[in-house]
Design a protein around this ligand. Structure first.
Ligand SMILES: [Zn+2]
Length: 347
């Protein structure tokens, strides 16, 4: 049977949640990743060093082979002392959520404050962004501007990101889960060469808006940013297939219990962790690009985040299997579908 061994994945953007859900979903990341950048929009969010320390204590026991990489949520109250403390706690990135843009993003950065960055006034966010430069912490952005028409929110954020990057020339930024041609083009702007990266999810490499609402409403395909036009999806593939050095996997795997997705006001998030390597192999094989997988799934992110490459490898077998209808009360991506590759679970 055909099998392929690659370096274990570095998932540069994943939501592990807390409590019972954390216990249920962490093994999916542990099984295939050498490291994972854990997002801070827990409830309450990881916006103080004390909350992060408590979360670290909760998460650590779930991982043996996968190294958790910590982040904190940037707020208008984040102080220089907080940044120093977060750095000591091992944070690699500070997450910027424009206020109200996605799950648990209340208390993020308001449009007023975002709009005033770099305008020459001594604003608290300016000081915080400078401290990220000083302490080599990456700014991780949920790049959507609330209030705009939903398909235009990502493009709307790029204007603000451009100003931030212009004002803070030493700032290193990851634009998370890009979903549009405009964002893909922004990432390739030459002026930003080594200090702007982008994550791409597995589901944005597969879905378009048609898969969310083109036929019947598919709540388990609904995420933010929502999947867009076929041309936008192609733009993401163009970045991946050229092996762009600053473009890498961030699954944005975001579990919500079935009832929170299948209801009148369903939550945003696609739960890809249970099928992540398998779906990526299928998609890359369709593009005749299996050889590009390690670059996209681990090496580029390792380099951007300055991490020592892990020695952990994973093996994927060509072996058809059916994705379960439900994992721990959550409907996984590709639920009920037959996939042609399967991760060999280590003994
Ligand atoms: Zn996310």
């Amino acid at each position: 049977m055909e099998e392929i061994r690659i370096p274990a994945l570095l998932d540069a953007h994943v939501h592990l949640r807390q409590g019972r859900l954390l216990t249920a979903v962490a093994p999916y990341t542990e099984r295939c990743c050498s490291a994972a950048v854990l997002m801070p929009n827990t409830d309450p969010p990881l916006d103080t060093p004390e909350r992060l320390e408590a979360y670290q204590a909760e998460v650590r026991g779930h991982f043996k082979h996968c190294q958790p990489l910590w982040t904190f949520k940037l707020t208008e109250k984040t102080s220089l002392a907080d940044v120093v403390h977060f750095k000591k706690l091992g944070c690699v990135a500070a997450k910027l959520y424009p206020e109200g843009v996605t799950t648990n993003s209340a208390g993020g950065i308001s449009l007023d404050v975002l709009g005033n960055v770099g305008k020459g006034r001594d604003m608290p966010l300016d000081r915080t962004l400078q401290s990220l430069c000083d302490y080599s912490i990456v700014l991780s952005c949920h790049g959507e501007l609330p209030g705009l028409f939903c398909l235009d929110r990502e493009a709307g954020f790029l204007y603000h990101l451009g100003r931030i990057m212009h004002r803070f020339a030493a700032l290193r930024v990851v634009l998370e889960h890009i979903s549009t041609r405009k964002a893909a083009e922004f990432v390739t702007l030459r002026g930003y060469a080594n200090r702007l990266a982008a994550t791409i999810t597995a589901h944005h490499l597969l879905l378009t808006l048609d898969d969310v609402l083109g036929d019947k409403l598919a709540p388990h395909h609904f995420c933010k940013p929502v999947a867009k036009r076929p041309d936008d999806r192609e733009a993401l593939w163009e970045l991946v297939l050229q092996g762009h050095p600053n473009v890498f996997l961030g699954s944005d795997s975001a579990p919500h219990l079935r009832g929170d997705k299948e209801c009148a006001a369903g939550c945003a998030g696609v739960f890809t962790a249970p099928v992540l390597p398998e779906v990526l192999f299928e998609l890359f094989e369709q593009r005749q690009a299996l050889d590009l997988i390690p670059r996209f799934t681990s090496q580029n992110a390792q380099r951007f985040y300055g991490l020592t490459p892990s020695e952990r490898t994973i093996t994927v077998l060509r072996h058809g299997w059916t994705v379960p209808k439900e994992c721990a009360g959550v409907v996984p991506f590709r639920s009920g579908d037959v996939l042609s590759w399967r991760l060999v679970t280590p003994a």
